[in-house]
Design a protein. Structure first.
Length: 357
């Protein structure tokens, strides 16, 4: 995107823009007491969606936030307010965006809460997320989220995109999450996750007796479900948009009504374990979005982020944490007469996974 990389500039209240730009600003009614950024699209930018193009002009804001600004009328295309994110940018187009808070962003305020840290230093934080805690503000959940708690937990969080959150757990999934406390560490963790150097392991309770081998690798691409846009699905990449996804499953115990799995993520797609187990015909207990039903007292999807392992991004020390099952899953195991993992298995659970083709 050479055009944005070379011509983007920040217009501060006291700065002087190029004369032609200044005329356009006055004609378009750009407020001089606001912060505006503007650029001219180059040849490499031709054909990009407006919202995607703006992510290069304002890289510190998420694409969804930029879409909100477009809808609010904070974006101008060739001197006129433009409110369609899908509009294609053409070479020579002039873009201007006012960096203003959206109604949603105003919900991003500090809220003190018990974060249950299991590890913390000046660089990163590992928490044991409880069931019911939403990780990031979204429609219907503009307060009381993990992000709000992080903003109250340490001052540096307000300087970081998403307050340092580098991966997410669903609202009703419990367990371990790592959060960055500086921008450099955040970038390092994002890269480590992309390169499969952060190991995330889960315990899951699924419907039905498992008829297959004790270990299996599921490699099925995941994308938006074309029939129900609120959920994800296994998709054929030849015909539908999506991303490759791989999950390693190890059977711990199985009875007539349910099976107990140890799951390892090789990729981190939205709802990945939930989608893959549904695709295999064994949805998680109580996961109604993906075909599960309440059973053995479970009222939320029976998924727990049990173990998290990584190399510290600064010290390079190998670190690993694990947290026992929450009470509801432990009680369900007992009711279903499924055996919890013995301590010897737990100590070596993440070692020497066989390569299943």
């Amino acid at each position: 995107m050479t055009g944005f990389g070379k011509s983007a500039e920040i217009i501060e209240p006291s700065s002087e823009a190029d004369a032609s730009w200044a005329e356009d600003q006055d004609e378009a009614g750009l407020e001089r007491d606001a912060e505006w950024r503007q650029c001219e699209a180059g040849a490499a930018d031709h054909g990009q969606r407006l919202d995607r193009a703006l992510t290069l002009l304002v890289p510190e804001l998420s694409r969804s936030y930029l879409q909100q600004l477009i809808e609010l009328g904070a974006v101008q295309l060739n001197g006129r307010v433009h409110q369609r994110s899908s509009t294609k940018v053409k070479v020579g187009d002039r873009l201007a965006i006012e960096l203003r808070p959206t109604p949603q962003s105003q919900a991003f305020h500090p809220q003190a809460m018990a974060l249950s840290p299991v590890y913390e230093d000046e660089h990163l934080l590992v928490i044991d997320k409880p069931v019911g805690l939403v990780v990031h503000p979204a429609p219907g959940h503009w307060s009381g989220t993990l992000l709000n708690g992080l903003l109250a937990h340490h001052a540096g969080a307000r300087m970081l995109p998403r307050a340092g959150i580098v991966h997410r757990l669903d609202k009703d999934t419990s367990g371990l999450m790592v959060v960055a406390k500086s921008r450099w560490v955040m970038d390092e963790l994002v890269q480590a996750i992309a390169q499969r150097r952060v190991r995330r392991e889960y315990l899951a309770l699924a419907h039905g007796r498992w008829p297959g081998p004790s270990t299996v690798r599921t490699e099925q691409a995941i994308g938006r479900d074309p029939r129900l846009r609120t959920r994800m699905a296994v998709v054929d990449l030849q015909r539908q948009p999506g991303k490759p996804a791989a999950t390693d499953l190890r059977l711990l115990d199985s009875q007539a009504l349910a099976s107990f799995f140890h799951c390892r993520l090789d990729t981190g797609r939205t709802h990945q374990i939930r989608v893959h187990l549904m695709h295999l015909g064994h949805p998680l207990l109580a996961d109604e979005l993906y075909g599960g039903r309440p059973l053995a007292g479970m009222k939320r999807q029976a998924l727990h982020a049990w173990r998290l392992s990584l190399d510290h991004p600064v010290t390079r020390q190998a670190l690993s944490w694990q947290r026992q099952l929450p009470d509801d899953m432990a009680d369900a195991l007992a009711q279903l007469q499924l055996s919890p993992p013995p301590s010897a298995w737990a100590a070596a659970a993440s070692v020497d996974w066989p390569e299943i083709q």
